[in-house]
Design a protein around this ligand. Structure first.
Ligand SMILES: C[S@@+](CC[C@H](N)C(=O)[O-])C[C@H]1O[C@@H](n2cnc3c(N)ncnc32)[C@H](O)[C@@H]1O
Length: 227
């Protein structure tokens, strides 16, 4: 999955998402302050943020998969990386001004603990139509994506500051189509016959649909009480 993700992302298909993430997260207060990506994978978005002006020394990424962190390190960006779990972040309280979760799991109590007062948590998840053409090849009925915002939207400690959407259709051919398929969970839910069928396709028009939401701790929310 990691190799497929690196191959696919390196071809620029998610570039508009990377640009939107940087735009949603960046302002004068955020440049030259700590940025953390929880579940950074092989480092595509850390690299994109660095290319868009965030100094490498201010970028931190953690991932539970050692192989992912190794691949991110091989980029030699000079960013700070660690193998760690989202529910036990190896950082002091109030360390970061921007925290990102891009298609990755997170633990809200930990995010709040390591976020600076006034900081922002940027979450990217699938929009309803994301990859619906691939889902249609695997599932008898295609349910729209539910997204991964429910835990934030149901938590009174957090308020949504802004949201945006990135949606585009891309025609994927041969290796790019296979890489996308292999980097998603759909590969693992497909039967061997479905896998084989998709592997014989030479092209497919695919919808990319991303939701970006920025959250802040609600003003006047008291600190959580330990224990
Ligand atoms: C779909 S990938 C997204 C990676 C990266 N954000 C990207 O978009 O390229 C999800 C990542 O979350 C990581 N992950 C899964 N569970 C985790 C956990 N409990 N703590 C930290 N990382 C986790 C996986 O290892 C994987 O690299």
């Amino acid at each position: 999955m990691l190799a497929a993700r690196r191959q696919f992302l390196s071809e620029g298909y998610y570039q508009s998402l990377a640009t939107a993430v940087a735009a949603a997260a960046a302002d004068e207060a955020s440049i030259q302050s700590g940025w953390l990506e929880v579940g950074c994978g092989e480092g595509y978005y850390l690299s994109a943020l660095q290319q868009r002006g965030v100094p490498a020394s201010d970028l931190w990424g953690i991932d539970i998969a050692k192989a992912a962190v190794q691949m991110a390190a091989q980029r030699k960006l000079g960013v700070n990386l660690a193998v760690a779990a989202a529910r036990a972040l190896p950082f002091f309280d109030h360390s970061f001004t921007r925290i990102l979760s891009i298609f990755s799991p997170f633990d809200l109590a930990e995010i709040e603990r390591v976020l600076r007062p006034g900081g922002r948590f940027i979450v990217v998840g699938p929009g309803e139509a994301h990859l619906r053409e691939i889902k249609a090849l695997i599932y008898a009925s295609v349910q729209p994506h539910a997204g991964n915002f429910a835990s934030l939207d149901q938590n009174a400690r957090w308020q949504e500051a802004s949201r945006s959407k990135v949606q585009e259709g891309v025609l994927l051919k041969d290796a790019a189509l296979q890489s996308l398929f292999r980097m998603t969970p759909y590969y693992w839910s497909a039967t061997p016959a479905q896998q084989q069928h998709i592997e014989t396709l030479s092209e497919l028009e695919v919808t990319l649909d991303f939701e970006l939401r920025c959250y802040e701790v609600a003003v006047g929310t008291p600190e959580p009480i330990d224990g």
